[in-house]
Structures are given as C-alpha cells and as structure tokens.
Design a protein around this ligand. Sequence first.
Ligand code: ADP
Length: 270
Amino acid sequence: MEIFKLKEVSYSYGKNCVLEDINMEIYKNEILVILGPNGAGKTTLLKIIDGLIFPKKGEIYFKNIKITESLLHSKEFVREFRSKVGFVFQNPDLMLFNPTVWDEVLYTPLQIYDKEKAIKMAEKALKKLKIYHLKDRHPYNLSGGEKKKVAISSILSSDPEVILMDEPTASLDPKSRNELIDIILDLKKEGKTIIIVTHDLSLASLADRCYIINKRILFEGKVKDMFNLPLEEWNLDVPDITKLFLKLREMGYDVDIPINLKEALNIITK
Ligand code: ADP
C-alpha cells in the first residue's frame, strides 16, 4: 500500500528552484533511503512530505487522500496526521523546548493517550535509545549525540506509523550510530515505514529501496543497482571500502559491492 505519493512536485525558494518534477511513491513498511549531495533538496523534500511546506507545483497524497493547503489548515486532519507521521530534524535543537528530557519525551504522547499509557510510552522510548538515565537532565546541557537521541525518543514515544529522519546519524559516535541502525531495523520489524534522507551512502545498506536526488530524481531502485552510476560525479560521498571494491571489479574481479565494512567482511569471508 502506498503511504505517500508525490506527483510532479516542484519547489522554489523565491526564484531558486530546488526540486523539480519529483514523482515518488513511499510504501507501507519499507525503509526508503533518499540520497543526494548537500544542497540537493533533501530536507526540503522531507518538509514537503511532512506538510511543513506546500509544493509550488504538483500533488501529494497521504494514504490516497490528496493533501491540499486547506487540509493542512484543518485542525482535525493535522492532529490525525501528526499522530501518524513523526519527523526527526537534522538539528535536534529545533525540536527540544521542554525543561527536562522526561518532559520532552512525554509531551506528544500526553496529547494523544491517557496519562498512564503516555508515561509507559515515554519510558519505553527512553529505554530504546538507552538514555533513561538522562531523564531529569535539561536538554540544553546534553552533547550533540545525546540531544539527537532525545529528539528520536521524543518522536518514537508517540508511536507514529511513519518516521521521517533527516541525516539521523549526523553527530552520533560509531557505537551510537550502530545502535541507531539496529533501532531502525527493529522499527521496520514493528511494521513502521521509515524514510531517511542523507548524504551518507553507507546508510543505504538499510534500504529496501533508494532514490538519488539532486533537484530532480536521478535514480530509483535497489542499492545493488546503484554501482554502475557515476556516484562520485554526482557528488555523493562514496565510502572508501566501496571505491576499493569498485576498483577490484574494474580490474576484472567478479565481486559484489559493499557499502560498509560489515558488508565487505561478509563478501570476503564468503
Ligand atoms: P539538502 O537537505 O539536500 O542539503 P536543502 O533542502 O536543505 O538541501 O536545500 C536545498 C537548497 O535550498 C539549498 O541551496 C539551500 O541553500 C536552499 N534553501 C533551503 N532552505 C531555504 C530557505 N528557507 N530559504 C532559501 N533557500 C533555502
């Protein structure tokens, strides 16, 4: 089932057109990774999907309902939509406005559920991100990585069906990054739909399907089909391990192409 559908969507800031003719489908329970270099329009696209800005041209459907500007002014629709779609911003400072981590994570579930259930959901989300011990801290005094985890918890605590993530691993150390990857895979097992935008090609290892965009859509498909494309020419950050295996393939070796060390080790030990 299609959760979102975008038809010929374009967006400009003033005269600067940053998205042009975007046709995109997002299906239930997939991990969709949207790749593109800096400035490609990825954040703008997520904001459009999240209804924060409205496209200058084109149409968007959420579960077959056409989203119009007037619908986005309907309190009823917005409340329903916000309970189903959660957006983890790239910069967590834009999301944290409560005096404690606990208040932050409890805020949205309290709008939706009774107090007892809201408390359970907030506890579960903090434990999932392994930050329960931070619950009485002021978000302002946390490290960048900790803030990011609070921001993610504050979205997961209301149990949305669709989770939008803008550069989710930025500012996380390697251990936290791997933990987040496991959480994303868990969320998929729970039936969630996850849309990640990033310039970090190695995150594509999570993807059921990828798009590469730079103002327009350059590619749509499976990760394994990306490697015949001029990724570096498109200014994508190709991991060194991928470059090494692409070189081996160029030299005539029949190898699969990994996008991270784990995949490379699997290929070598096979
Ligand atoms: P990405 O997330 O891929 O880095 P963005 O969607 O953030 O790309 O930005 C795409 C382009 O739009 C960039 O050139 C950026 O400078 C410009 N842009 C983004 N937000 C605004 C804004 N609020 N006003 C004007 N220009 C913007």
